[in-house]
Design a protein around this ligand. Structure first.
Ligand SMILES: C[S@@+](CC[C@H](N)C(=O)[O-])C[C@H]1O[C@@H](n2cnc3c(N)ncnc32)[C@H](O)[C@@H]1O
Length: 295
């Protein structure tokens, strides 16, 4: 504090009054000016720094909010499509009948390959974005399989299937990929699986990171998705993310973002990917991804 006329209190002691002259006033003012200027400079700098941090955080938050808003609207279309399919398509009736058979074998060769070398007998699989009926299958020789199908539209799907009299061995439970860790314990599954679903989420990277947390140390995350669905679907509805495998690296991208998944997951994860080129009668190339925890 500038005090030109004293007396000044220092811890209760009184000092002598200071002699005041024009030179003293000028030098005191100059000292104060310098201190004020430095203070002002520091304040401006820290304000600028905080503003920059807040803006970039807000930009991320804004982007996430935008993704979620688009997703919430897209989910309504998704719901209507599945309702119409399960209520009226002849092919759906056959699918529903097969799905009620508890002997239905595991279908995806990515899963059966893992099972053929897995040491555990009891195998727990979480199917993220499973839809109304998990497509995983239920049995594999020598293994006791339990499936947890999860989907944000589970309640709606349950209503549709109830009307059709469908009773599943493993009904889909409600949940988002992005919030799996508030619903399930870490390291409680052998396989975290997703098929044609993570590119429908509002945050596929967060969902993949969650899936990796959910598997045991010797577990695996297995993903099967159509290549570049957002581009193919012209960014309509829930199709906001493209999945691809470029130079053997798993890439998630859209018009605003380009993410190398191994880079985001860091050294604790081992990510491998490959492309299954569409054969005659298959709709589109598929991107197959396997992620394990690094030793
Ligand atoms: C095209 S369906 C695929 C269903 C199933 N996996 C299959 O292969 O038939 C996509 C599913 O992803 C679900 N989904 C959308 N957003 C999700 C999210 N944030 N987390 C998990 N699943 C989501 C949808 O509700 C929908 O059931």
């Amino acid at each position: 504090m500038l005090n030109l006329i004293g007396p000044i209190a220092h811890g209760g002691e009184m000092t002598q009054p200071t002699k005041v002259g024009p030179r003293r006033i000028l030098s005191a003012l100059q000292g104060r000016g310098a201190r004020v200027a430095t203070k002002l400079h520091l304040t401006l700098l820290s304000t600028f720094y905080v503003a920059r941090q807040t803006l970039s955080r807000n930009a991320d938050a804004k982007a996430r909010l935008g993704n979620k808003a688009k997703w919430t609207i897209g989910l309504l279309n998704e719901r209507d499509w599945h309702e119409s399919y399960h209520s009226s398509e002849p092919e759906a009736a056959q699918f529903q009948a097969e799905a009620q058979n508890p002997e239905c074998p595991i279908r995806d060769p990515m899963i059966t390959k893992y099972l053929s070398t897995a040491s555990r007998t009891d195998i727990a699989i979480i199917d993220v974005g499973a839809g109304a009926i998990t497509q995983v299958g239920y049995t594999h020789p020598g293994k006791k399989i339990s499936i947890t199908p999860v989907d944000p539209l589970a309640d709606h799907y349950a209503n549709v299937l109830r009307k059709r009299g469908v009773k599943l061995p493993f009904p889909t439970v409600k949940g988002d990929g992005e919030t799996l860790l508030s619903q399930f314990s870490r390291a409680s599954f052998d396989i975290a699986y997703a098929r044609n679903s993570l590119d429908h989420t509002y945050d596929p990277i967060a969902t993949i990171a969650n899936m990796l947390e959910l598997v045991r140390d010797d577990g695996v995350v297995l993903l099967r998705h159509y290549r570049d669905e957002a581009e193919g679907g012209e960014y309509e509805g829930l199709h906001q993310w493209n999945f691809d495998c470029k130079d053997d690296r798993f890439v998630i991208w859209n018009k605003d973002t380009h993410v190398l998944v191994d880079k985001v997951l860091g050294p604790n994860a081992k990510v491998s990917c490959s492309v299954h080129l569409a054969r005659k009668g298959e709709w589109r190339d598929e991107i197959l991804v396997m992620i394990t925890k690094a030793a």
